[in-house]
Design a protein around this ligand. Structure first.
Ligand SMILES: *Cc1c(COP(=O)(O)O)cnc(C)c1O
Length: 417
């Protein structure tokens, strides 16, 4: 695949390798521009974007309404800090809280920061409201989780690659197996203030728990006066076919964290959403962020919420769900071992007999489809909402061709032995 990389691309890649820390191993693809569901590289080759910046560009690139809001807001005021009021933040906070059926929000910038904030709120709630002795608060998470890259978030992780050489870690966390409500029940003690879970584990390969698991977790946490924090950074904002995933599960968490698509593919915007009885424990000076809730972020975030409030995008991803999933499911047993997901979000496990997920992503790139592997064996497909039925068919046709070619190859190699 590297053979087609042009001098401009080679130059960019070399500069990044020389002058940026190597904390990523990018695909050998250098982009120049993007619009809607399509991205274009420096050589003019076009690809359908099924990565969607890990769901940050769920509305597609340069969504016209958001660009309009961006122009309008930057012509007024972009950054001010929360030391003052700027018209617009209140409307954003009200709209986002309402979208989730809650009273209020706390605005931050990134997903990791939103989760850090939720952890702080839960601890404070534990001491002030639940009456847990000072510094004894315990928070339970799930094995295989991904909540971000800060020191505290990796303290909650069991991913060695994310943790190695970054200790010592933040105490006060315990992990239990995901999708095991009884293990969770057994881990709760009198000092437990919260349980934090992703309603579907994205980085773990779009791991969808059994029906009823989250409802059981909600029941157990309510019985023990323990907050339920749902990390909807990736699953939220319509990605799974409902505004938030918890709505599909028929439950109400105490705190919700959201980010990624909340920034409309324009800038980072994140928030913790909850009711006054929990978020109300914060007092001035006890938490903050220079950029959190800035006027530009508030304007874009409000525009994103307004789009989702119409319900049309959620309906669209439910309508397109079978168009994406049926052809993928037809490959199970012929190079694919499992297909999971919801809405326009699929995790496809590749049979090791035909290669790994990274190989499949390289083949897809050749066919003009950008997708990313996770944890070795899973290809994640997350096209933006504005994708058409025809574009989804292009994606699934390319996927089918790639898998069938590799399957044929594996069969004939097997026959030759
Ligand atoms: C991406 C992600 C995060 C971290 O968000 P950042 O903006 O990268 O800090 C946290 N939780 C989940 C579930 C995510 O997918």
């Amino acid at each position: 695949m590297n053979a087609s990389v042009s001098p401009r691309a080679i130059d960019e890649i070399a500069k990044v390798k020389d002058h940026s820390a190597s904390n990523y191993a990018p695909l050998e693809l250098v982009l120049e521009s993007a619009e809607g569901a399509w991205i274009t590289d420096v050589d003019g080759k076009r690809y359908i974007d099924c990565l969607s910046a890990y769901s940050a560009t769920t509305f597609g690139h340069s969504y016209p309404k958001f660009i309009e809001v961006l122009r309008e807001q930057t012509s007024k005021i972009s950054i001010a800090s929360r030391a003052v009021y700027v018209e617009g933040f209140g409307a954003f906070a009200e709209a986002l809280a309402k979208l989730a059926g809650k009273d209020m929000i706390l605005a931050m910038n990134t997903g990791a920061e939103a989760n850090e904030t939720a952890i702080k709120i839960a601890r404070k709630w534990g001491y002030r409201v639940k009456g847990v002795p000072a510094d004894q608060a315990k928070i339970i998470g799930a094995e295989g989780n991904f909540h971000g890259r800060t020191t505290t978030m990796i303290s909650l992780s069991d991913d060695d690659i994310a943790r190695n050489d970054y200790g010592p870690f933040t105490p006060g966390f315990e992990l239990v197996p995901y999708n095991d409500a009884e293990a969770l029940r057994a881990a709760i003690d009198e000092n437990t203030v919260a349980v934090i879970l992703e309603p579907i584990q994205g980085e773990a390969g779009v791991a969808v728990p059994d029906p009823g698991y989250l409802a059981e977790v909600r029941k157990i946490t309510a019985e023990h006066n323990v907050l339920l924090i749902l990390d909807e950074v990736q699953t939220g904002m319509g990605r799974t076919g409902t505004t938030f995933r918890f709505q599909a599960e028929g439950i109400e968490p105490d705190l919700i964290t959201t980010a990624k698509a909340l920034g409309g593919g324009i800038l980072p915007v994140s928030a913790v959403i909850g009711n006054k009885d929990v978020l109300g424990v914060l007092e001035p000076g006890t938490h903050g962020s220079t950029f959190g809730g800035n006027p530009l972020a508030a304007a874009i975030g409000k525009a994103v919420v307004d789009e989702l409030a119409t319900g049309k995008w959620q309906q669209n991803s439910q309508d397109l769900h079978p168009v994406l999933f049926e052809p993928l499911r037809a490959l199970v047993g012929r190079g694919v071992t499992d297909v999971r997901g919801a809405g326009l979000w699929a995790g496809v496990d590749i049979d090791p007999a035909i290669g790994n997920a990274h190989d499949v992503c390289e083949d897809l790139l050749e066919k003009g489809i950008l997708a990313k592997d996770t944890r070795g064996k899973t290809v994640r497909l997350a096209p933006p909402f504005i994708v058409s039925r025809e574009e989804i068919e292009q994606i699934t046709n390319a996927f089918t061709e790639v898998i069938e070619a590799r399957w044929q190859q594996a069969q004939s190699a097997g026959a030759a032995e």
